[in-house]
Design a protein around this ligand. Structure first.
Ligand code: VG1
Ligand code: CO
Length: 541
């Protein structure tokens, strides 16, 4: 075994997006591609000499090979120790927890999250800091800068580390510790939620269906929902992580989790349905004939979190991404706590959580979490809902009706237009940005434009600024739409159109009907058809 320094050259396009670097798997498998980026990540955090890192991923195709490369590169770069999930598996929230609880210097998470997996699908990699949260923009910018000047990387020449059994071994001078990916996370959940109350509810007949979509949450959900909470075997479906997710698209929304939706909307539906994504940080919550939008889920959790033992003392504050609906704002106002608005992506919540300003965070994209880790957390959100149901004795539909009756309903929807030619999407955004100054006070259908701007965020903790985070057009009365381009896709551009309107009287409309006039106004202002030829979205959530 020896340490090698391999000559390389910069590779175009290794710019981290909303959540790390995501590309087609075959691109990652190309010569030096992964190695260049890993070296740039290590350099971008000031090197890993003497440091301890966590490594793991969602089990998708190439997860195991990439883990071996990272171990050998960490060793050659002088890392003291790497803690890896057994078989290279770790859900994103479990990785965040390990980074924090083992007091490490950070971690590498391998995942393309909700994107499909396989040799012809997607792969991804990101770095989380010692707080357990995704690297902030200042750090990802430094990594990207390194990818543009890299001339060599360091790697041990060695045989594969056995990742299949727990225990400690060495790779060169570096320690490698293989840990059970589930155990510490399950322990953490038991400190936050009232497991006996949830168990009693399940024993009382509440049926649960959890769809792990052949992705990482299967082992976590089986350990918690079936083994600890006593739900019958089979309550967790698609519970074995597969390299290609069994062909499923592990995105927990009504479109891709259609099997779960069909069961929950049908006769004799379970009391509670849920799904998670490829890497376990997203969640979808569904009651019998009652889909809960992620923005509403965040608001309901904010209003009821005190029912869970870990949150009995109340919330310090809440935060939501800018495109997420203002439903949670109304709860925060009623509770008399602060409500922060941030750009899309969990990395922007880190400072607010670390600074003790907020306890709960959420995004409209099926992401909810708290200060227990520094990532969104799918299984956590599902346990929070079960705890709220058990403590209140209310069903999902009852909780929603009670919530809207008290706070009003922020009708909300997101329309995604996928795989648009990048040049067309860029032209659309440029034209929209160019029209902002003239939009104010204009009449669009039944609406008058109150404000129109390109969202820029000033981080109240570290003073950094992030500009061009989405165009928002707000109408008088509060209805609004937001437009931005996705930062997680791997082919072409995805245009996201976010739509919202508050109604304090009627709570039982179909959101698409309730939002029809906002949708029409948005199309009129943006000119989606003119720029892209598209009239209808590919995915509606
Ligand atoms: C999407 C979501 C965003 C989320 C991000 C990562 O980003 O909109 O809210 O934080 O995915 O989630 P974008 O740039 O495509 O809109 V995950 O579960 O993919 O790590
Ligand atoms: Co995810």
């Amino acid at each position: 075994m020896s340490k090698l320094t391999i000559t390389t050259a910069p590779i175009e396009g290794q710019k981290p997006g909303t959540s790390g670097l995501r590309k087609k798997t075959r691109i990652f498998m190309g010569p030096h591609y992964l190695e260049n980026f890993v070296q740039a990540m290590f350099d971008g955090i000031g090197g890993v000499a003497g440091k301890t890192l966590v490594v793991g991923g969602d089990g998708r195709y190439f997860n195991d090979r990439a883990t071996q490369v990272i171990l050998r590169m960490a060793a050659a770069n002088g890392a003291a120790k790497v803690i890896a999930g057994q078989n290279a598996l770790l859900s994103t929230p479990a990785a965040s927890h390990l980074i924090r609880s083992m007091k490490t210097d950070g971690g590498v998470i391998l995942s393309a999250s909700h994107n499909p997996g396989g040799i012809d699908e997607d792969f991804g990699i990101k770095f989380n800091m010692s707080n357990g949260g995704p690297a902030p923009e200042s750090v990802t910018n430094a990594m990207f800068a390194r990818t543009k000047e890299i001339m060599a990387y360091h790697i041990w020449e060695a045989t594969d580390v056995d990742l299949s059994t727990s225990g400690t071994s060495t790779l060169g001078e570096m320690l490698v510790e293989i840990v059970d990916p589930v155990a510490a996370y399950v322990d953490l959940m038991q400190t936050l939620f009232d497991f006996p109350a949830i168990k009693a509810m399940i024993q009382g007949g509440a049926r649960i269906r959890f769809d792990a979509m052949n992705a990482i949450t299967g082992p976590y959900a089986k350990a918690i929902i079936e083994d600890l909470l006593g739900a019958p075997t089979g309550s967790v479906v698609h519970g074995t992580p597969l390299p290609d997710f069994g062909g499923m698209h592990p995105d927990p929304n009504p479109t891709w989790a259609h099997e779960l939706m069909a069961e929950m909307m049908g006769a004799n539906a379970p009391a509670f349905g849920a799904a998670s994504d490829g890497d376990g940080d997203r969640n979808m919550v569904v009651g019998p004939s009652c889909y809960v939008s992620p923005s509403d889920s965040l608001a309901v959790i904010a209003a009821n979190a005190h029912l869970a033992p870990g949150y009995a003392q109340g919330l310090k504050g809440v935060a939501r991404s800018m495109p997420t609906s203002a439903a949670v704002d109304r709860v925060a106002e009623a509770l008399g706590i602060a409500c922060y608005e941030t750009p899309t992506g969990w990395k922007f919540f880190g400072n607010l959580l670390d600074d003790g300003r907020v306890t709960l965070c959420g995004e409209e994209s099926f992401g909810t979490g708290s200060d227990h880790v520094r990532e969104k957390d799918g299984v956590w959100a599902i346990l929070m809902w079960l705890n709220i149901m058990a403590a209140s004795g209310k069903s999902v539909p009852d909780l929603m009706q009670a919530h809207w009756a008290k706070f009003g309903r922020n009708y909300y929807s997101r329309h995604d237009f996928e795989a648009i030619e990048s040049a067309k999407a860029d032209a659309l955004m440029a034209a929209l940005r160019g029209s902002l100054d003239t939009l104010a006070a204009q009449q669009i259908g039944p609406f008058t434009v109150a404000t129109a701007d390109d969202y820029s965020y000033l981080d109240p903790v570290d003073g950094s600024t992030s500009a061009q985070q989405g165009v928002r057009v707000v109408f008088e009365g509060g209805a609004r739409f937001v437009v931005r381009l996705s930062g997680t896709g791997t082919s072409g551009a995805t245009l996201r159109l976010y739509l919202e309107k508050l109604d304090t009287a009627n709570f039982d409309q179909d959101p698409q009907t309730a939002l029809a006039d906002v949708i029409a106004a948005a199309h009129e202002v943006i000119g989606i058809e003119t720029f892209t030829g598209r009239t209808t979205p590919d995915v509606v959530t």
